[in-house]
Ligand binder design. Structure first.
Ligand SMILES: [Zn+2]
Length: 331
């Protein structure tokens, strides 16, 4: 497994006055521990590919992309829900900011390029893990839920366009439903998605239909959705195994790549209140990861991991324990 680490990647939200406990130390700690444990170099030094507008158009509507250029600040405010309807601030303290919000657009674009590189490295090495990315809530028309662009679909579609046509799977094991990924890839027969997530809570806590009677986009189903009820943690691993079998059955061909959206927010010590409805132990989190890893490895499917959600100062251990085990299994 090759590891991709970027010093200057989102989330660096504290620098922008955004008060969400997604700490930049999470990726740094994982990198430091791995470098300490494994003397052979495991950090990829490949240069990020340059993404063009066309790469972003494959996942997002032109109007949204225009807005990210003409009014980047409003796009960031919407993505992170920083301003209430009465104009007051929500989890935003401009006094604490050392950088302007508008800068985040380019940082997230850069992150999408590293996510794409992760697929290329996974193809080369069998698996690759980017200590960043995994912005699964961004839908075609807007950034949502701390996710500005959907790097998962951007990377998948670019891989199909430039490297290899073929099927791509997305396995999303973050606590929250991979709703943006499902919405953008709906009707696309070249992408199959599995999401195992909290059955209730965000983003599934709003009305299912809007005032015109249309299904709200975050309810659009993945190929395989597995909702876990609060208190059902003991069923999680079995349901994951069953879900993987269903994904394989649904898929018309063996995929050329699988992107794993590896959020650590199902962990019981995660600090974000909105992920509290799913509380896996450290051991369950590792088992969860190894079930997916071995399932794909056995089938010789390249695995590209994106870090996704994980909040507070304890979650880094969940990413580190999995990567450490994967590196040992690879030997
Ligand atoms: Zn999450």
């Amino acid at each position: 497994m090759k590891i991709l680490f970027r010093e200057n990647q989102p989330p660096l939200l504290q620098d922008y006055g955004i008060e969400i406990p997604m700490l930049k130390e999470r990726a740094q700690k994982v990198r430091d521990e791995l470098v300490h444990l494994f003397t052979n170099t495991i950090i990829s030094t490949e240069v990020d590919p340059v993404l063009t507008d066309e790469d972003f158009y494959r996942a997002h509507h032109p109007k949204f992309l225009e807005l990210t250029k003409s009014d980047p600040e409003s796009v960031v405010c919407q993505t992170f829900e920083l301003i209430n309807s009465d104009g007051s601030y929500h989890r935003y303290n401009p006094q604490a900011a050392t950088h302007p919000l508008s800068e985040l657009v380019d940082l997230y674009k850069q992150s999408c390029a590293t996510s794409y590189l992760t697929l290329l490295e996974a193809k080369k090495y069998g698996s690759a893990y980017f200590l960043g990315g995994g912005f699964h809530h961004a839908i075609s028309t807007q950034g949502r839920g701390f996710c500005l662009f959907n790097d998962i679909i951007i990377a998948a579609k670019k891989y199909q366009a430039e490297i290899k046509n073929g099927i791509i799977w997305v396995i999303d094991i973050d606590a929250h439903k991979g709703c943006g990924t499902a919405e953008i890839s709906a009707g696309d027969e070249s992408i199959y998605t599995l999401s195992i997530h909290m059955k209730s809570g965000w983003p599934l806590d709003s009305e299912k239909f809007d005032k015109e009677g249309n299904l709200n986009p975050w309810f659009i189903p993945s190929t395989v959705d597995i909702g876990i009820e609060a208190g059902e943690e003991n069923l999680y691993l079995q349901k994951l195994r069953e879900g993987l079998a269903k994904l394989e059955q649904a898929s018309s061909k063996v995929p050329v790549m699988c992107i794993v959206v590896d959020g650590s927010d199902p962990y019981i010590d995660d600090a974000l209140p909105s992920s509290n409805l799913l509380q896996l132990s450290k051991e369950q989190c590792l088992e969860r990861n190894l079930i997916v890893y071995k399932f794909l490895k056995q089938k010789n499917i390249p695995q590209a991991y994106l870090m996704s959600g994980g909040y507070g100062d304890k979650n880094w251990i969940i990413h580190k324990q999995f990567i450490e085990n994967a590196l040992i299994l690879d030997k």
